[in-house]
Design a protein around this ligand. Structure first.
Ligand SMILES: Cc1cc2nc3c(=O)[nH]c(=O)nc-3n(C[C@H](O)[C@H](O)[C@H](O)COP(=O)(O)OP(=O)(O)OC[C@H]3O[C@@H](n4cnc5c(N)ncnc54)[C@H](O)[C@@H]3O)c2cc1C
Length: 382
């Protein structure tokens, strides 16, 4: 899993960018719930945006390993920025359009999305639809040679602000994935209303919204692929999203570890640095072991995608392990910091709240485990 020269440079550049431009404002941004559009544009200027998409569509043309390293560096400084600017905008929206869009659709939207000029959102989940996405209830009805979308979406990250939204709809109720279709819908479409969701546990600087479609009209040129491809569009996007989220989780675990090493050297109790107490050393050793294991698994998954190997199992393993490892790392980091870890000014408690969000979105840990076991057994538990 040695990195090549280009990958090392990308990682170092992203780490430097995150330390200079993201980490110093992360706490304030979280308190103010500021959407990171400015950071998105700075990432573009720094040459760190665009992701693993061809340059002809405005992508950076980097491999998945490099993309994962960028996600790790940015996510470790702010999981909220990562959520809005990387996993949703690039992995979910970018991949949906790149994987299933025709040439005209790719040229129309990808350069805008991959440069952050347009903000994108990915609307799959609904009030009654989460882990079982083939059961989407929002309908797309054919009317006068156009499509009419009716229903609602919930949990749409970037949803209240998005300029364009990839919306998953059912064209033939009762047919599950066979009737699913994915459309690219303008955020300012007539009949679409949006409401920010307040009161979430973490990821405060990433926007989350409920969307209401009341007969929103879209033309055929908004359909990605063909009717019946919707489920495949979602799966393609989610595989990239899960890889990026695993990488963000590695960044969180690394950030927690770094903070703990520094704190455990400085803080003294019983006349010596707390890092000299064996149980504190155990907390730190556990964090280091899991962080490194999560990183290796994530890079293995990224490499599987780069090699064009079936990556589903690797990505699901990485997402399940790394996000849960990040939660444990944040929990351990609070333990190492004692009462100081319980205060927001040190960011440690923020990592705990944010990492729990990562273990839920793009498929919960339980769903990732079902994907791993299905690959191994050839038996689906869904
Ligand atoms: C911060 C955040 C951001 C999000 N952003 C987006 C977004 O941008 N776009 C979008 O479409 N969605 C988004 N989501 C929604 C997210 O993808 C769903 O919350 C997630 O897929 C789980 O669905 P659910 O919440 O409906 O839980 P449910 O599906 O109701 O699951 C509840 C529990 O049951 C378990 N469970 C369900 N089915 C099974 C099974 N077959 N076997 C074992 N256990 C099972 C789950 O693991 C979970 O523990 C976001 C969620 C969060 C928290």
């Amino acid at each position: 899993m040695e990195l090549n020269e280009a990958q090392r440079i990308v990682y170092q550049t992203a780490r430097r960018f995150a330390a200079e431009h993201i980490a110093p404002q992360a706490r304030q941004r979280s308190e103010d719930e500021t959407f990171p559009i400015d950071v998105m544009r700075r990432l573009v200027e720094a040459g760190l945006y665009g992701g693993p998409f061809p340059e002809e569509y405005g992508g950076a043309g980097i491999d998945n390993v490099s993309y994962a390293l960028i996600c790790e560096a940015i996510g470790g400084a702010s999981p909220s920025v990562f959520t809005s600017a990387l996993t949703v905008q690039l992995s979910l929206v970018g991949t949906s359009i790149y994987a299933y869009g025709n040439e005209e659709q790719r040229r129309r939207w990808l350069p805008e999305v991959l440069s952050g000029r347009l903000v994108g959102a990915f609307a799959l989940s609904e009030p009654n639809v989460g882990s079982d996405p083939a059961s989407v209830e929002l309908t797309a009805r054919r009317a006068n040679g156009r499509w009419e979308l009716s229903g609602s979406k919930f949990w749409t990250s970037n949803g209240a602000l998005a300029d364009l939204i990839v919306v998953f709809a059912q064209t033939e109720p009762g047919t599950r994935h066979r009737g699913m279709a994915a459309f690219v819908v303008d955020g300012n479409s007539a009949g679409l209303s949006r409401q920010a969701i307040k009161g979430k546990l973490g990821l405060h600087a990433s926007n989350l919204a409920a969307l209401y479609f009341d007969g929103v009209i879209v033309d055929d040129d908004r359909l990605l692929g063909k009717v019946g491809d919707g489920f495949r569009v979602a799966q393609a996007a989610l595989e990239s999203g899960r890889l990026s989220t695993a990488a963000c989780a590695v960044g969180i675990a690394q950030a927690c570890l770094d903070m703990c090493v520094e704190y455990a050297r400085e803080r003294k109790q019983w006349g010596k640095a707390i890092g000299g107490h064996q149980l504190v050393q155990e907390l730190i050793a556990d964090m280091a072991i899991e962080c490194e294991a999560a990183r290796l698994l994530t890079l293995r998954a990224a490499r599987a995608r780069d090699l064009g190997e079936g990556a589903t199992r690797w990505v699901a393993m990485a997402k399940a392990f790394a996000t849960e490892a990040a939660v444990r790392a944040a929990r351990n980091a609070i333990a190492v910091h004692g009462g100081a870890g319980y205060l927001s000014e040190r960011m440690v408690e923020g990592y705990l709240r944010d990492s729990i969000g990562l273990s839920l979105y793009e498929g919960t840990t339980q769903i990732q485990k079902l994907l791993v076991a299905r690959e191994l057994l050839g038996i689906s538990a869904f």
